[in-house]
Design a protein around this ligand. Structure first.
Ligand code: GAP
Length: 441
């Protein structure tokens, strides 16, 4: 994990947020390479689950929403984690995390049961102090809309993108008349005031979600649920996550979110342990019913042909971009070879690699090589966009750097190029080299 975190920083993938001022816990900034990777991951999601299907629509809703949304969704009442305080220094911790760190399986436990275990097992804070009372802490960030900061102007930063989909369900039905089943997808920011952000970007306070609400006839939910689980498994595999490192967890009743009747978490074997990568939940008609009750607007869908009316049920696949990027980086990162040949390589699938090609002149101080290399670079750049120029250091150092950032092919212009028009193409994964004509790239 440390290798990955260090590579992310060293090579410009992910930096700690506001680092120049000492940081802000739980926030991270994407650097140039991380942003390219993030965009490609989110584009792949969109291509796979929206553009290549005929039953999917997209939205991009506002992050700030009417606070009634979060009352109706149940988040104001129940979106909370168990918090406990160090009595001496008032540092705050997730009660369940302290117990897990002490080897306790907390699945299904109530706040009281967890608190009792802290006393029974004499668990202290990480600083060795007594722990105080436990309470539930709502994770939604609040802000105020307008110039007066009082209770009537409270708004929340959305803790899930899903509600921006539910609140637009009726707009989409009324404007696009989709056949049932159909889905609405959204990719965007979500915010959670996590008590203890940790494990790099895995648990952040500001992160990105890629979510789908798939609206269906309730009689079809079980079959569709299985289809979505299978669909996500094959997508994750296409992004380089080994099959044997992803696992389905059937989330027990007592651990499911308040809106779900069935949830499968797809967990991944991260270097920090097996942890939730994403969830697929059967949200029933929970959200549309609540919106109907709270807004007084009819959320029924009229079946084409029969005119039968029903409130659709919902299957929701939801995945955090950062957790996926972490899984992709961990799957792609390899250290191989011995002695001088030892190298670190990011074997990313070609479609995710920040740069597709790196173009170099063999020697920086030979103008004829540099000018031919510049021509090849311009040609490839115009065609592919994500092509990088590198003439720093010697060729070995350039290869090492490109291996580490996952560039699949390094193209080198040397003296032979000037004679016969061929260039060297060096392959990232096995370091093999071939000579081809520029046009054959
Ligand atoms: N709309 C459903 C929903 O939000 P969730 O299980 O709370 O469900 C979905 O979150 C996904 O969002 C998670 O599986 C994870 O990938 C990501 N996620 C949740 N909290 C996160 C956090 N604090 N930091 C990074 N990713 C997070």
């Amino acid at each position: 994990m440390e290798e990955i975190v260090s590579l992310c920083k060293r090579r410009g993938f992910i930096f700690p947020g506001s680092e120049v001022y000492g940081g802000l816990a739980g926030t991270w900034d994407y650097g140039p390479l991380g942003l390219m990777l993030k965009r490609k991951v989110e584009e792949s999601f969109w291509r796979t689950f929206v553009e290549s299907r005929t039953d999917m629509y997209g939205v991009d809703a506002a992050i700030l929403m009417n606070p009634k949304v979060w009352v109706a969704s149940g988040h104001v009442a129940t979106f909370a984690d168990p918090l406990i305080e160090d009595k001496e220094n008032q540092k705050r911790y997730r009660l369940d995390h302290l117990l897990e760190d002490a080897g306790v399986d907390v699945k299904g436990m109530t706040l009281e049961q967890m608190r009792a275990l802290i006393t029974e097992k004499k668990i202290k804070s990480p600083d060795g102090n007594e722990l105080g009372e436990a309470r539930l802490f709502n994770m939604m960030f609040t802000t105020h809309v307008g110039p007066v900061a009082d209770d009537s102007s409270i708004a929340y930063l959305r803790p899930e993108t899903a509600q921006g989909i539910f609140t637009n369900y009726k707009n989409i039905v009324d404007t696009l008349y989709p056949d049932l089943p159909f889905g609405i997808a959204q990719v965007g920011k979500a915010f959670r005031n996590e008590i203890s952000p940790r494990d790099f970007v895995f648990r952040s306070r500001e992160f990105n979600q890629m979510e789908i609400e798939y609206f269906c006839d309730p009689k079809d939910w079980e079959k569709l649920f299985e289809e979505w689980v299978a669909g996500f498994h094959s997508w994750l595999e296409s992004l380089g996550l080994p099959k044997d490192k992803t696992h389905d967890l059937e989330v027990p009743d007592e651990d499911r979110a308040h809106y779900s009747k069935r949830t499968i978490d797809i967990e991944f074997d991260y270097p920090v342990g097996r942890k939730e990568l994403m969830g697929i939940a059967y949200r029933t008609d929970f959200d549309l019913m609540n919106i109907q009750k709270a807004s007084g607007k009819n959320m029924e869908y009229t079946m084409k042909g029969t005119n039968e009316k029903l409130i659709p049920h919902v299957i929701e696949p939801s995945i955090g971009t950062e957790r996926l990027i972490m899984a992709i980086m961990c799957s792609a990162y390899v250290e191989e070879g011995e002695g001088e040949k030892r190298r670190a390589v990011l074997k990313l699938p070609e479609e995710l690699a920040p740069y597709r090609f790196c173009v170099s002149p063999l020697l920086k101080n030979k103008p004829e090589l540099v000018s031919r290399a510049r021509e090849v670079f311009a040609e490839l750049k115009a065609k592919y966009g994500n092509v990088v120029w590198d003439d720093n250091g010697n060729i070995g150092k350039r290869y090492a750097k490109q291996d580490e950032i996952g560039t699949p092919k390094c193209v080198v212009i040397d003296f032979e190029t000037l004679e016969d028009g061929t260039i060297t193409v060096r392959n990232r994964d096995d370091a093999s080299q071939v000579r081809v004509k520029v046009a054959e790239l």
